[in-house]
Design a protein around this ligand. Sequence first.
Ligand SMILES: *[C@@H]1O[C@H](CO)[C@@H](O)[C@H](O)[C@H]1NC(C)=O
Ligand SMILES: *[C@@H]1O[C@H](CO)[C@@H](O)[C@H](O)[C@H]1NC(C)=O
Length: 283
Amino acid sequence: MPSFRRVVQGLALTTIFTMSAGSPVPPQADSANLGHCGGRPRPTVTITTTVTSGLPVATGGPSDPSDPVDPTGTTTATSASSTSASSTSAAPTGAAPALPTTGVAPELLGPDFPLLHVAIGRGVQNYTCAGAGSNSTAVGAVATLFDATELAFTDLDAVHAAVLAVIKKPQDGIPVNNNVQLQKLGDHFFDQNGVPTFNLGPEGKIFYAAKTGGAKAPANADKGPLGTGAVDWLQMKPKVPYSSETVGIGEVYRVETAGGVAPPCTEAGPISVQYAAEYWFFA
Ligand SMILES: *[C@@H]1O[C@H](CO)[C@@H](O)[C@H](O)[C@H]1NC(C)=O
Ligand SMILES: *[C@@H]1O[C@H](CO)[C@@H](O)[C@H](O)[C@H]1NC(C)=O
């Protein structure tokens, strides 16, 4: 791991930089990889939504999502798995929520598949600077994905609120709803070839992304702890051809972003910028 000379942390972000969150700004080169049409075979996917907890089980606390985020876990994985014990495998019922829009044209094109998951990603966007005054270059992202699927079916506003709350917390914070932590759904990172990857390991699903669309975040989006701005909303499709195969996921959108934009370069070296976002998975 490269020595991390310049960790940009915001405000109260005093905690350790655990390997946890981040999201992809796919390398520009990827955008041309996938046409929009063409016989994309629909992945054969069993939609077993494993929503474990995350639901507003009455816990007695106030339902202020900006309050609770667990500051105790040393790693996201352990704290995520050790908290809520309840577990159901029932898929959400009722009409699926609609993918959010920015409110400003041009919007991202809508999904081609039914909704599989809504996740909250929490982590960092990484950049490098060649030197003071240069433009930063996006080099990757790392994020933990938390399952907000069932919550999205019942109270989408609560999902948005959880994003705005968790970006204000340390990087290892876990999104909550009504004081109940959302369960870990998977990991987002860039693979050894620099390809944005979404690994929903417990479900055996993995997505290697190519950016197929982008839209500016709304003007009122949360600018993150550094006040630098919210990264673009993205549409991503499976990267093809690619040596690693996407399994079980047809499209991924990054929406409702908060933070993640690089500050101006003041010296040569890496920069990590805190961010949170919703990732919508379709299959
Ligand atoms: C940074 O990017 C902007 C916009 O693309 C460009 O106009 C400017 O020349 C770049 N600056 C440097 C130092 O490369
Ligand atoms: C991003 O930066 C973090 C440190 O904040 C580091 O642990 C991680 O390896 C970096 N990942 C990528 C893909 O650049």
